[in-house]
Ligand binder design. Structure first.
Ligand code: PMV
Length: 369
């Protein structure tokens, strides 16, 4: 089960760790920054991204575009505010507490630097970041997508970026991409396309919304087949595939056609066409991963059993299609009326922990505190 965490988190008061003041005192607003809170929902790629363009690692430029569905409920809720020194609290775990992830904190502070320097030349002020992930972290459910999208939006508002002008959502999407490629897509709800772009500075590598949340009432089932973190992170895995997989060039060369086919199928609300290209993109990506040296095998036996169960159900008239990311879980796309019976079948597959049923989710939001 995805833990149910209250949607409006209380800001924890932990001695000796600077936290964002809960009053609206003048410390919350300063000429250089103020406290802001953003909520961004995670997304699942229907047409996948795997691999980065060479050079400019800090730009994090994908080798291929991608097309995603933003999901309801699964989200990151992030507050950025002024502080005496940088601090990061994730799901109530602060520095010095068991389970605190120092490298995740370093990535967060690095990302704050990027957002700050988009509009300022002075040194970045210290920040307190408090974040809640209402989804399992690093288990193949892309907490990095919602996490970096929410962080980008909260920081941009906090740092007085011009959100209706030079730093509109498109520009923020390009900034979010530098934290995580999939995060570029989580600024919007519904169906989103991230373009590969051509420019070395990444300015044209940003996502844009294709269709809003209510364009097409689909369901995505998330079939959990394991617990815990994935063994190889996506950045390392992508580098290994680019370096060693003989299928990598073919993967890159055929992506654009899949993106266009996916976009067309979405426009037509043609589930058979969308499902076909979605599965093709997924299995091409995993073939490329499997042909990496050493192999990248993110699946387990239950992953395969769940995929086969979906295909068997489809043969029997329950129309549904699978996809899977850099992790063992299976995501299944179907119409709402199919979701209930299919979820029941998948929950009965030995090894399946839980099945969540999710509708399309909303745009990311931000508020000043
Ligand atoms: O952007 P990252 O590092 O979360 O990588 C995403 C990679 C996949 O989830 C496998 C595919 C995708 O497009 O989301």
């Amino acid at each position: 089960m995805i833990p149910s965490i209250p949607s409006i988190p209380s800001i924890p008061s932990i001695p000796s760790i600077p936290s964002i003041p809960s009053s609206t005192s003048s410390t919350l607003t300063s000429p250089i920054m103020r406290a802001a809170r953003a909520i961004a929902h995670t997304n699942i790629a229907l047409i996948k991204y795997w691999g980065k363009r060479p050079g400019a690692p800090d730009q994090n430029l994908p080798a291929v575009g991608s097309l995603s569905l933003t999901l309801e409920r699964l989200r990151s809720d992030t507050t950025v505010g002024p502080a005496e020194r940088d601090s990061f609290i994730l799901d109530d775990i602060a520095e010095g507490m068991p389970g605190f992830d120092t490298s995740a904190a370093a990535k967060v502070f690095r990302h704050l630097d990027r957002v700050w320097s988009a509009a300022h030349t002075t040194p970045r002020p210290a920040c307190a970041v408090i974040s809640y992930n209402h989804l399992p972290t690093a288990a193949g459910l892309a907490s990095s997508a919602s996490g970096f999208a929410a962080l980008t939006l909260a920081a941009a508002a906090s740092f007085h970026l011009d959100l209706t002008g030079r730093h509109d959502r498109g520009a923020l999407s390009a900034l979010a991409r530098r934290g995580s490629g999939s995060a570029a897509r989580s600024l919007w709800g519904g169906f989103v396309r991230l373009d590969r772009g051509e420019r070395a500075d990444g300015a044209d590598c940003r996502a844009h919304p294709l269709f809003s949340q209510d364009h097409w009432d689909l369901r995505l089932l998330v079939v959990h087949t394991a617990k815990g973190k994935k063994p190889v992170g996506s950045t390392d895995g992508m580098q290994r595939s680019a370096d060693t997989s003989p299928y990598y060039p073919a993967w890159v060369a055929t992506s654009e056609a899949d993106l266009n086919a996916g976009e067309r199928a979405l426009a037509d609300r043609d589930l058979a066409a969308l499902g076909a290209v979605m599965e093709h993109s997924c299995f091409k990506m995993h073939s490329c991963m499997l042909a990496t040296v050493p192999p990248l095998l993110y699946w387990n036996g239950t992953t395969l059993a769940a995929i086969q169960e979906v295909w068997e159900a489809r043969r029997q008239g329950l129309e549904a299609y699978v996809t899977s990311d850099a992790g063992p879980h299976v995501k299944v796309l179907c119409r709402p009326e199919v979701a209930g019976p299919l979820a029941a079948r998948l929950a009965a597959v030995p090894g399946v922990h839980t099945v969540d049923t999710l509708a399309p989710g909303p745009d990311a939001t931000v508020e000043l505190l």
